[in-house]
Design a protein around this ligand. Sequence first.
Ligand code: NAD
Length: 250
Amino acid sequence: MREAEGRAETTEKKTLEGRRAVVTGGASGIGAACVRAFAAAGATITVADLNEEAAKALADEVGGTAWVADLSGTAALDDLELETDILVNNAGIQRSAPVEEFVPVNWRFIQRLMLEASFHLCRAALPGMYERGFGRIINISSIRGLIASPYKSAYITAKHGLQGLTKTLALEGAEQGVTAYCIAPSYVRTPLVERQIADQARINGISEDDVLEKIMLANSPIKRLVEPDEVGSLAVWLASDNSGMVTGPT
Ligand code: NAD
């Protein structure tokens, strides 16, 4: 009996076996959690990231490939062709300043990296997805893709744009087996957020614990940071065959 159970376990197909996944910003934080979760579910991974050392180390860890690129260089993406079943548009940064002080070059950089590059990668991946009748586009938006806050105009604009792009992708891909979905978390425990906590503590002259409790989580029903693995686990489900009826909304 035990032997038979063992056999069943080893022959069971993993959720993402046979699938290829590209994860942008895959070398850190949420992207790295998606990479590890996808790999554990059987997918073959491309870690796309600016950080060469971290991208290669993680690609080696999961038996995947590193694609070292500055994805803000969108002109280089015009003629890109991307053979993948799953695309996670995740690479992102944060810069804060009031609109009248926002440095234009920073504003444009954020639009290119977080919105335009996502369009280019989808554009490059869709023909193959349509041909095979299967595709999963997972865009990592944010609560800031739904609700604004002061001083983050570039990030908020890019994330709202990503929501619009995702809804359009969902409509265009629905009859062709391609779904598109935004994951829109609040604060996730990653280097990006750890930097923000330290900055806020310094600016407001309060402790990091107070930053979390009184500023970041004040309006959140869940009074803790989200863990990257929790996002990775949702991404695995969204990337799977089981999620075919979920497309468009956040
Ligand atoms: P992170 O800083 O841990 O990781 C971001 C990754 O993007 C890094 O590996 C970095 O090297 C890569 N990257 C940065 N610029 C790049 C470029 N020009 N080209 C290619 N790669 C580049 O950040 P994170 O917190 O994991 O954030 C990932 C995504 O999740 C972002 O889009 C962010 O907006 C979103 N998000 C984060 C949170 C959060 O609380 N951490 C909440 C909601 C949404």
